[in-house]
Design a protein around this ligand. Sequence first.
Ligand SMILES: [Fe+2]
Length: 430
Amino acid sequence: MILIVFLISQSSALFTPMQVHLSWTEKSSEMCVMWQSRMSGEAKISYRPYLCKQNFDWKTINAQTSRIDFGTEMPRYSYIHTAIMTDLQADCYYEYTVGIGYFWTESFVFSGRTPGHDINTSYKMMIFGDLGTHYHGQKSLNLMKTMTETQEILGIMHMGDIGYNLEYDQGLIGDKFLDMIKPIATTHAYMTMPGNHEQANNFTAYKQRFLMPRNEASQNSSYFYSLNIGHVHYICLNTNPFLIIEQKSERKTMINWLKDDLFKANNNRNNVPWIIILHHHTFYCTLNPNMEMSRKDCEVQAEIIRNALEDIYYENKVDLVLAGHVHRYERQASIYKNQTILGDVDEQNKHVNAKAPIYIVSGSAGNRSNKNDPSSPYNYLWTRFVSDDFGFGMLTMINKTTLLWEQFSSESDKMIDYVYIIKQNNQTSS
Ligand SMILES: [Fe+2]
């Protein structure tokens, strides 16, 4: 009898669905769910509309399963399951559970509002970079969880440097990271972009763990994509190729796609007036000349990326650029070519009709290493607020003319900075 109980418990551990996480796809009204199991089995998802007028019947679909070798020193096989929930209605929530054979998870609930839905009401998007699995990341995650439970947050965007590193310890760090984000990633789309800590082995571990919206140019790589969510067009890029000399064709492909995407977004500006670009590396950060890391991030790499992209952003009237990589929070002004460009109103916490993109670095969610030296001097030309507190940002799309950005500290549990970005008379920046 004891042996039977032991065998059942062991097989349960092998088949139990783990690391369930959601992401939006390239199509409207869809939500992708991925999960992992140690053994293969019949993988399914069941879901139903929730808290709305739709028929409450459960729908069950099969998942696609891939056998993955997470090992970097020796083989360590696991199974990744992927399924896509379709025909989601914006006025519904959805309850779902995923299973392998007889082993199913508890049920989770998410909002049916997806990119492409007609979202005219205010919503919030949680945004940060550089999280990792260490103490500070866990502390930030605790506050993120509280906020997802108490506020209407539509989705989460992680601007690279995800697990430090997903492939480390035979991929066990990747497992640990996905276990850690489960409280927020089972209930919200967890959207990612690759940072420099994802680039090992041509982004293999990143590609295995996260499936992002695809397009023809990205050739199913999930490296760069765009989404219309309410009044905001979000563009998520992979800035790594700009810093890897050999990746010339990747750079060219992404820039061509970006120009085309911005052209379409500008033609659609009456419907979707805001354009926000997110990526891992930053264009601007305050330099501490005494720190080698600061010189690399804020002088060398920032200049390379600016040279590749800044004119495109400026000419296409991008409103806001969000990045991580630098392990602090630093909000900057409207900038072009290293100069502050004043808008119609340019106050400490308010921009009206900005004339160039506004830049914000939020790379302090909980990186593995120590924080960057917070004694870095302000660059008074364009720096508006700096903090070395661990934490994360929140973008609120208030309406067609007003965005609010806030930064929260997971050390003090306070909102430590905010800025209103306002567009009057349908004006766009620059
Ligand atoms: Fe980084």
